[in-house]
Design a protein around this ligand. Structure first.
Ligand code: NI
Length: 184
């Protein structure tokens, strides 16, 4: 039984706009298989993260990473980017708290909203926790892009997509090529 690339739910699909349910038995083979398939799908799409509702499963499972470096023009490596990167992190039933009121705006994309980008405000520093596929608990502080990726994926399991946070659409939401033309 090898892992496979799963189809992605697009904005408008009901499952993306509903709150996902807690995972009860993380050791269930179906859950472990889903996690492997989500990992393969995230890497296949060269995404920074993926949440179970995006692959049509209404469950509180998120996966994300922070690339240490990249040649993929999809990623804007900003000053807020963690230069050491964060390895693939799988969190089941995650939660988080902001560490301060400080927020900042930056661009986000989403597998469920292909081709588009939006500038979204997020907490700059958070602490998040969740259960790993092994059953152990992980708690981590995250700042900048790392904190942003977590908050974006957490939104998915709450049934929210990043455009919900864009207060002024003008200049803050549109096609990637329009904002960042690829030259040369
Ligand atoms: Ni997304």
């Amino acid at each position: 039984m090898s892992a496979k690339v799963l189809p992605i739910a697009l904005m408008g699909e009901e499952i993306l706009h509903q709150k996902a349910k807690d995972v009860q038995d993380i050791h269930h083979p179906d859950i472990q298989k889903l996690i492997q398939d989500m990992l393969v799908t995230m890497h296949d799409k060269k995404a920074a993260g993926i949440a179970a509702p995006q692959v049509f499963k209404p469950l509180r499972i998120i996966i994300f990473r922070v690339p240490s470096q990249t040649t993929n023009p999809k990623y804007q490596l900003t000053p807020h980017h963690d230069p050491e990167g964060v390895p693939d992190t799988i969190l089941i039933n995650p939660s988080f708290e902001p560490l301060s009121d400080k927020r900042y705006c930056d661009w986000e994309g989403c597998l469920s909203i292909p081709g588009l980008l939006g500038r979204v405000e997020r907490y700059y520093s958070i602490v998040y926790r969740g259960t790993l596929p092994t059953g152990k608990t992980l708690e981590r502080e995250a700042h900048g892009f790392h904190a942003r990726v977590f908050q974006h994926e957490y939104d998915h399991i709450e049934g929210r997509l990043y455009p919900y946070h864009i207060k002024e659409l003008k200049g803050n939401f549109g096609y990637r090529e329009a904002f960042f033309p690829i030259t040369g």
